[in-house]
Design a binder for this molecule. Structure first.
Ligand code: GSH
Length: 192
């Protein structure tokens, strides 16, 4: 059984999308920033990082967006979230997800030039294709979540046509629609 500890609109949204993509049954545990759920002793015992996402795989905790996405893509190859048996493409997925986690996510709240620089790098790295790795993958899911969040903040940075194209292609996917509907119904409670 798969269980996702999540807060609507936050980093956990990427894992929520991937869970819909793989089509496996899962349950959600809704966490609240306002109630400081991620810092409760019970949760810290499960995830000492004090953050979402956390996925339980038959009760065993797995943290970090990149790790959860990688697990789902490898465990359920029929969902085609990573090309099978291709070490170079897998490495490119890790390159993207490492950059997203270390180069885009940490600057998201700083705004201004920090955000603009991060998305300028992403725009260049993305190239002219439809998807980060040439075909749809977990890298697109991870990238989409951050870009979706950025464009939904007040005064978003603009001028990233490749990221706008990715946003549009992602919003057309049924897994993304289901995730956005479910998370909106739970209610957003995001930090500034
Ligand atoms: N590098 C982590 C980042 C996770 C993270 O920062 N999660 C935020 C939500 S976007 C969180 O849960 N913060 C806890 C808090 O603010 O109390 C990942 O990729 O999973």
């Amino acid at each position: 059984m798969l269980t996702l500890y999540m807060a609507p609109g936050s980093s956990s949204m990427a894992v929520h999308i991937a869970l819909h993509e793989v089509g496996q049954p899962f349950e959600l545990k809704r966490m609240s920033f306002n109630k400081k759920d991620m810092k409760s002793p019970e949760y810290l015992a499960l995830n000492p990082e004090g953050a979402v996402p956390l996925m339980l795989i038959d009760g065993r905790p797995l943290s970090q967006v990149a790790a959860c996405l990688f697990y789902l893509a490898k465990k359920y190859p029929e969902a085609k979230l990573l090309p099978a048996n291709d070490p170079e493409t897998e490495a490119r997925a890790i390159s993207w997800m490492s950059f997203i986690a270390s180069g885009i996510h940490p600057v998201a709240r700083l705004g201004g030039e920090y955000v603009r620089n991060a998305w300028t790098i992403a725009e260049r790295k993305f190239g002219d294709g439809d998807w980060a790795l040439g075909q749809y993958s977990i890298a697109d899911i991870h990238l989409f979540r951050l870009y979706w969040r950025m464009v939904n903040r007040p005064n978003p940075a603009t001028g990233f046509p490749r990221m706008d194209g990715l946003l549009e292609r992602m919003m057309a996917r049924s897994a993304v629609k289901k995730t956005l509907e479910a998370e909106a119904a739970l209610g957003y409670e995001l930090p500034a």
